[in-house]
Design a protein around this ligand. Structure first.
Ligand SMILES: NC(=O)c1ccc[n+]([C@@H]2O[C@H](COP(=O)([O-])OP(=O)(O)OC[C@H]3O[C@@H](n4cnc5c(N)ncnc54)[C@H](O)[C@@H]3O)[C@@H](O)[C@H]2O)c1
Length: 256
C-alpha cells in the first residue's frame, strides 16, 4: 500500500509494547511524527533508543485523567500542532476463571482497558478536532465480538471498546473525526506470554495451538496489525467510521 504519512502527527498509547513499537517503526518510515505514551518508563526508553530517538515520549498511566491531559499537552508541544491520529492501544490481559479473579485483578483490567481507553480518547478529542483527517483508532480484540472461556473480564473490557467505537463514531462524525477499532486475534507479544504464563500454558504450545485453530493456520503478525491501523488512519478509509476491523486470520468467519 502506498501511503503518505509525511504530514501525520500520531500518538500511540501502550507505545512501548509489541504493537506500539511495530506501529511506530512503520509510521516513522512513512515520515510521520510520533509520540509514544506508556506507563513503563524503562520500556519507553528502550523503544525510543531502538527507534534512534526519533519519537516523543510521555510516561503516563492512561487510567489517570490528569495523566491523559498531560499526554495531550505534551504531544501538542512536541508536534507544535494538533494531533491527527490517536491510537488508544494500551491494554492489559487477564486470563483465568472468574471465580479465581481477585477484586484487584478485575478492577485493574477495567481501569486500564475501559476507563483508560475512554479517558485518553476523551482527552484527545479537542486536539483531534483541529487535526487533519482526524482519526481515533481503538485497540479491540477478537474478544470485542466473541466470548471466550476463562477470559470473561478481558472480554467484557474489549466488548466495551466495540460500544465506544460505534457511539463515538456517531458523536464525532459531524466534527469530521473518524472512529474505528482494530480487533486482532492472538499475537506473539509479551502481552500474550503473560496471559499464557498466568494460565499455566507453555508459550510455544499456546502459540502453536492458536495457529492450528485458525482457518489460515497461522496467527497475525504485529506488522499485519500495524498495517491495518495505518489503513484506518489513511485517506483510503475516509468514508469508514464506526467499524471493528477484524485481524483474525478468519476466526470470526464461522465454524470450519
Ligand atoms: N497480544 C495479543 O495477543 C493481543 C491480541 C488482541 C488485542 N491485543 C491488544 O493490543 C493492545 C496492545 O497489546 P500488545 O500486544 O502490544 O501488548 P504489550 O504488553 O506488548 O503492550 C502493552 C503496553 O501497554 C502499556 N500499558 C499497560 N497499562 C498501561 C497504562 N495504564 N497506561 C499506559 N500504558 C499502559 C504496557 O506498559 C505495554 O507497554 C492491548 O490493548 C491488547 O488488549 C493484544
Amino acid at each position: 500500500m502506498n501511503q503518505d504519512f509525511s504530514s501525520r502527527r500520531v500518538v500511540i498509547t501502550g507505545g512501548a509494547g509489541g504493537i506500539g513499537e511495530t506501529l511506530a517503526r512503520r509510521l516513522l518510515a512513512l515520515g510521520a511524527m510520533v509520540v509514544l505514551a506508556d506507563c513503563d518508563r524503562a520500556a519507553l526508553l528502550r523503544v525510543a533508543s531502538a527507534l534512534n530517538g526519533e519519537v516523543g515520549l510521555c510516561e503516563c498511566d492512561i487510567s489517570s485523567d490528569q495523566d491523559c491531559s498531560r499526554l495531550i499537552q505534551s504531544a501538542e508541544t512536541y508536534f507544535q500542532a494538533p494531533i491527527d491520529v490517536f491510537v488508544a492501544n494500551a491494554g492489559i490481559p487477564f486470563a483465568g476463571p472468574l471465580q479465581r479473579a481477585s477484586v484487584d485483578d478485575i478492577t485493574r483490567v477495567i481501569a486500564v482497558n475501559v476507563i483508560g481507553s475512554i479517558l485518553s480518547a476523551r482527552a484527545a478529542i479537542g486536539s483531534l478536532a483541529n487535526g487533519v483527517d482526524p482519526c481515533l483508532v481503538f485497540m479491540g480484540s477478537l474478544q470485542s465480538v466473541t466470548g471466550r472461556a476463562e477470559r470473561s473480564v478481558y472480554t467484557a473490557s474489549k466488548h466495551a471498546i466495540a460500544g465506544l467505537v460505534k457511539s463515538l463514531a456517531l458523536e464525532l462524525g459531524p466534527q469530521g473525526i473518524r472512529v474505528n477499532a482494530v480487533a486482532p486475534t492472538v499475537l506473539d507479544t509479551p502481552f500474550l506470554h503473560q496471559a499464557y504464563e498466568r494460565a499455566g500454558i507453555p508459550v510455544e504450545q499456546g502459540l502453536a495451538q492458536a495457529a492450528q485453530g485458525l482457518p489460515l493456520r497461522r496467527i497475525p503478525t504485529l506488522e499485519d496489525v500495524a498495517a491495518t491501523i495505518l489503513f484506518l488512519s489513511s485517506p483510503a478509509t475516509r468514508s469508514m467510521t464506526g467499524q471493528i476491523v477484524m485481524v483474525d486470520c478468519g476466526a470470526t468467519a464461522g465454524k470450519m
